[in-house]
Design a protein around this ligand. Structure first.
Ligand SMILES: Cc1ncc(COP(=O)(O)O)c(C=O)c1O
Length: 381
């Protein structure tokens, strides 16, 4: 059955008042996730404590994420942020030998570079992969950077600054051919488009549930290919990383055989309620239908924006972009503020206003965006 996007849209009350185009900043709160937060409060009031139920919720989040990523449940760690997942992974890597280089694309969100720079204190050497003059990163730039000394390559699926999509499969093939592992940051794509970790071939993937996954802040995930698990023992650890959480053994660290070994302490219980509901909403609506709708909406928006005289930083080809359309501006902060005054919610980075679409958006949001931009033509680049 075709997804009913008018009914989907109706689940997000904010859209009654706003043209909300900031889902890559924070996804909107749905009625379902609101109800999940209330369920948490009801459960607390009724039972006080419910470790069994809370653990089940965290497991439901793991299973939901595994299904979205085409991974096994045993390959997912539930974390408190993408940064927490990257830090746990970094703690399991050695940088003392000759393979001590981490290659980091310039598309990374700061956290995905800063954490690797922090490993310099442990012997890591960080090399950046720059963009070309068109703002994209050609494969040739990765070919130059990835070599026999490279331990790990950190890449991003869709760049948070300009919405450009990397050819993850090609970079991963190259990295693997040279003996390096690949960590994919899919925060700006997961929930809005297919992220099939097996098809992409990546060893690790991180993200969180507050944007296109429609959950909340304070919860994230780390995917670890199960073939990498045995060789990786994080030194960032805790009781929720153990093979048997109930063992309560203070005389040993016995990491779980699954990706749970990349967890640390008590799971973010409240956030698990919300994330479970957000991920369920994606599953129920259908990821393929969501991706198709976003592609159509953003494609139409880009064509209309160009017709209206806007300069875009996002590549137009469907396979080279994600759910974000980045519009060049002389003063992106001022333009974002002007749009907000008209009820058009976007976000900005550098010299770009970012319109970031979800499947709950429709043509009326594109109309409002273009009207707002035309009213402030002087701020367009
Ligand atoms: C692509 C990307 N990676 C990482 C992060 C940061 O994640 P966290 O705050 O969960 O560590 C963000 C946040 O906006 C992001 O857009």
């Amino acid at each position: 059955m075709a997804a009913d996007f008018a009914a989907f849209r109706a689940q997000f009350p904010t859209l009654r008042e706003k043209a909300y185009l900031a889902s890559g900043s924070y996804g909107l709160l749905s009625r379902q996730v609101e109800a999940a937060f209330r369920r948490y409060l009801d459960d607390r009031l009724e039972r006080g404590v419910d470790w069994g139920g809370w653990t089940e919720r965290a497991e439901a989040v793991r299973a939901g994420m595994a299904a979205l990523l085409n991974a096994g449940t045993d390959e997912i760690a539930v974390t408190t942020s993408a940064s927490a997942g990257i830090n746990s992974l970094a703690s399991a890597l050695e940088f003392s030998g000759p393979r001590n280089k981490v290659v980091v694309s310039n598309f990374e969100f700061p956290t995905g570079a800063q954490i690797w720079h922090a490993q310099q204190a442990r012997g890591a050497v960080v090399e950046h992969v720059p963009e070309g003059s068109d703002g994209e990163i050609p494969l040739a730039h990765f070919e130059r950077a990835i070599d026999e000394r490279t331990k790990l390559v950190q890449i991003t699926h869709v760049c948070y600054r300009n919405g450009a999509r990397l050819d993850v499969e090609a970079v991963t093939r190259l990295a693997h051919a040279r003996g390096a592992l690949v960590l994919l940051d899919c925060f700006q794509s997961v929930g809005a488009m297919k992220v099939d970790v097996q098809a992409l071939g990546v060893d690790f993937a991180v993200g969180g549930m507050l944007k296109y996954l429609l959950g909340t802040a304070g919860i994230g995930f780390l995917y670890v290919d199960r073939r990498r698990l045995a060789g990786l023992v994080p030194t960032v650890s805790g009781w929720f990383a153990q093979a048997d959480i109930d063992a309560m053994d203070i005389f040993a660290n016995d990491p779980a055989p699954s990706a749970s070994r990349f967890q640390t302490g008590t799971p973010p219980v409240v956030n698990c309620y919300a994330a479970e509901a957000g991920i369920s909403l994606i599953h129920e609506t259908g990821l393929k239908a969501i991706e198709d709708r976003i592609r159509t909406l953003t494609g139409e928006a880009m064509d209309r924006l160009v017709d209206a005289g806007c300069r875009l930083a996002t590549p137009r080809a469907d396979d080279r972009r994600g759910p974000q359309v980045a519009i060049r501006s002389k003063d992106a902060a001022a333009l974002t503020a002007k749009l907000a005054e008209r009820g058009v919610v976007v976000s900005w980075r550098e010299d770009k206003v970012r319109a970031m679409f979800h499947a709950y958006n429709d043509t009326s949001d594109v109309d409002a965006l273009i009207e707002g931009l035309m009213a402030h033509r002087d701020l367009l680049a």
